[in-house]
Design a protein around this ligand. Structure first.
Ligand code: NDP
Length: 617
């Protein structure tokens, strides 16, 4: 069925200058001068509850002392897919090392009620054709994803050597043996020829530093450490029956809270939802997978679908293109195509961007109008409306979030005027000058996505050649070759959002990075090369090229309401007080994903490991 444009207000009915001013005012209200410093590290403040794994008991084991070909730090999507690609390349002596009790990463830790992926599962779950797996619906439940991840790890034999409940505490390059010495909190000393940093993006829960947080005598937990002992129910059956006599508050209204709030509203005696910035919440349309549609799929369909999603979001549709994804992520481009097909395509990129800007305001207006059609109390509806550009925050979809506010036991508390919850007390919290008594405070306050790297990676020491610290080396911005290696850090590889091509499907980004890294490692091992490291001139040329061809989104980011997308709106100043060239979610390759893949393929096809110093002694 052809996916239709949405019913957005006509351009003439949307007062863009007035909206722009309203967005600016809302941003001013929200920006906190302390930026990132408004958050504290849960591990430091609440070490017992945040260091512990609520899902799997920690098993004692002997420490390991060994020589290893590849240590992959992480067992989430990025570590898993690096492991898979290494195995496919024939590199067998690989260990994934992870803090968690299993593979899964975010899908291991996050088991809050209602957890689902907000992205099209037919794109997001990698290797569907190869694995012979089909998700049960458009937006998979968390446990479907977790189970799938484990099945991939199993299929590729990654469990055999995986070390779980193991935190890497330090890693140093030892030039005398041309290996990384990796130490862990389990007393291991691993001498790894290669290390792959697959530490993840959403691994460290973030807590607002609310005054009095330690005074509170009730229960507190972060959504990434959901306590079913306290709430009742379980991950796969979230009947939160123990909340029937409990007064619960949840801080945050981001993608996590949007999914958890309907369950809390249904089961808690009283629920307070503490909101600072509203999310955009569209209808979900989470349709079960149609077996008739599955029968029509031809080999290669998943790559085609991912490419379609890429065009629908980061790139643009071309004439004749059809939106296969058809959800909130693709709405702007889908609507534009419908209008262009009817009235003519833009004749310049400037015209396209101008039309796109207007569609952004129209889509946001539709989403605000949607709130009024569902939420009965007018004050609550007004407070739930988002006033910012699309993609300033992550768009959400959920069919039960807004209706939850029609329940008599649920109250929205808008804490935007005080830029967050004022304080906590022994009995509860204070918002807008009033104290509310509660039994439980749940933090749906997100993750440390853009704080300093050492804080996010949690590894005290990472030293390359001559004791060079990676944290110091990158303190004024990433310096890499292709976003996957860095001068001074031989045999170390990076999977994630650094300096290269990024796909709208995150798992595809990780998968292709894993493939490239596995190629280099395999080549090095088979050629008897003991160390590989970018040449300075090759790295400099890459950094220059990425920056010269970058697509400038700084104005958009500056105008956005604060979030991790723009580092909480924090001023971007470098160590010498100047404008800092810092890209919080990585430096995306301006010419695009396809161009980056072509470049990497050509680089591999040459077979010369161009730009790398190959050390054989
Ligand atoms: P977010 O960072 O998106 O949201 C955190 C929430 O906490 C925001 O609403 C924030 O308000 C609020 N908050 C922070 N400090 C305070 C304070 N002092 N007082 C009141 N409120 C406060 O975290 P999420 O866990 O919701 O989502 C993080 C990411 O996880 C998503 O962006 C997404 O990438 C991923 N995710 C993915 C899902 C998927 O489907 N694939 C599902 C869920 C999450 P404010 O906005 O004002 O800062």
């Amino acid at each position: 069925m052809k996916c239709k444009a949405t019913n957005v207000p006509p351009a003439g009915e949307v007062d863009i200058p007035a909206l722009r001013e309203k967005y600016r005012q809302q941003r001013e209200i929200r920006v906190r001068p302390e930026g990132q410093k408004q958050y504290v590290r849960p591990a430091e403040e609440f070490s017992e509850s945040y260091e512990a794994d609520p899902h799997t008991p920690v098993k004692p084991r002997d420490s390991i002392f060994e020589d290893l070909d590849v240590a992959v730090l992480g067992g989430g999507w990025s570590g898993l897919l690096a492991g898979v690609q290494l195995k496919k390349a024939g590199v067998a002596n690989v260990r994934n090392i992870d803090h968690a009790g299993d593979f899964g990463g975010v899908w291991y830790w996050n088991r809050y009620p209602g957890i689902q992926c907000d992205n099209d599962a037919y794109c997001y779950l990698p290797m569907l054709e190869e694995m012979g797996f089909m998700p049960s619906k458009k937006f998979s439940d968390g446990f479907e994803i977790y189970d799938y991840i484990r099945s991939i790890a199993d299929r590729f034999g990654l469990y055999e050597k995986a070390l779980f409940h193991t935190l890497v505490s330090g890693m140093k390059w030892d030039e005398s043996i041309k290996r990384w010495r990796v130490k862990t909190n389990r007393g291991d000393e691993i001498r790894a020829r290669f290390v792959v940093m697959a530490n993840g993006l959403l691994n460290i829960p973030k807590l607002p530093g609310i005054p009095g947080i330690h005074e509170f005598k009730g229960k507190m937990f972060h959504t990434a450490r959901w306590d079913y002992e306290f709430t009742g129910g379980s991950y796969r059956s979230p009947e939160l029956s123990k909340l029937a006599d409990k007064r619960v508050a949840i801080i945050g209204t981001g993608a996590t809270a949007i999914q958890a709030v309907p369950y809390l509203g249904r089961f808690a005696k009283q629920l307070y939802v503490l909101q600072r910035t509203p999310s955009t919440v569209d209808e979900r349309r989470n349709t079960p997978t149609d077996p008739e549609w599955v029968k029509t799929l031809k080999p290669g369909w998943q790559k085609e679908r991912q490419a379609n999603f890429q065009r629908a979001t980061i790139d643009t549709f071309a004439p004749g293109d059809q939106d296969l994804i058809c959800d909130i992520w693709t709405e702007i481009n889908r609507n534009l195509v419908a209008e262009f097909e009817a009235g003519g395509w833009p004749t310049s990129p400037e015209e396209f961007m101008a039309r796109r800007d207007v569609m952004d305001y129209r889509v946001m207006e539709r989403l605000r109008n949607r709130v009024d059609t569902i939420v009965k109390d007018k004050g609550t509806a007004a407070a739930l409306k988002p006033w910012y550009r699309f993609l300033c925050k992550r768009p959400c979809s959920n069919d039960d979030f807004y209706t939850t506010f029609n329940r008599p036991n649920v109250k929205l508390i808008d804490v935007s005027a005080t830029q967050g919850v004022e304080c906590m007390t022994e009995k509860g919290f204070v918002a807008n000058g009033q104290e509310y008594e509660i039994d439980c405070m749940i933090f749906a306050s997100g993750f440390e996505v853009t704080s300093d790297l050492d804080r996010r990676w949690g590894i005290d020491v990472i030293e390359g050649r001559d004791g060079l610290s990676i944290y110091k080396n990158w303190s004024d911005g990433y310096e890499t070759l292709h976003g996957m290696m860095s001068r001074g850090f031989p045999n170390q590889f990076f999977v994630g959002f650094y300096q290269g091509g990024f796909n709208a499907t995150t798992t595809e980004t990780f998968n292709r990075q894993g493939q490239h890294i596995a190629y280099i490692i395999k080549e090095a091992l088979s050629r008897g090369v003991k160390s590989v490291e970018p040449r300075q001139d090759a790295q400099d040329a890459w950094v220059k090229h990425v920056r010269e061809t970058a697509f400038d989104i700084s104005q958009f980011q500056r105008e956005c309401t604060p979030s991790y997308f723009n580092n909480e709106g924090e001023a971007q100043v470098d160590s010498e007080g100047g404008q800092k060239l810092r890209w919080y979610l990585g430096e995306s390759y301006g010419p695009g994903w396809d161009a980056f893949q072509k470049l990497m393929q050509e680089w591999r096809d040459k077979g010369e490991l161009e730009g790398l110093i190959l050390g054989k002694d």
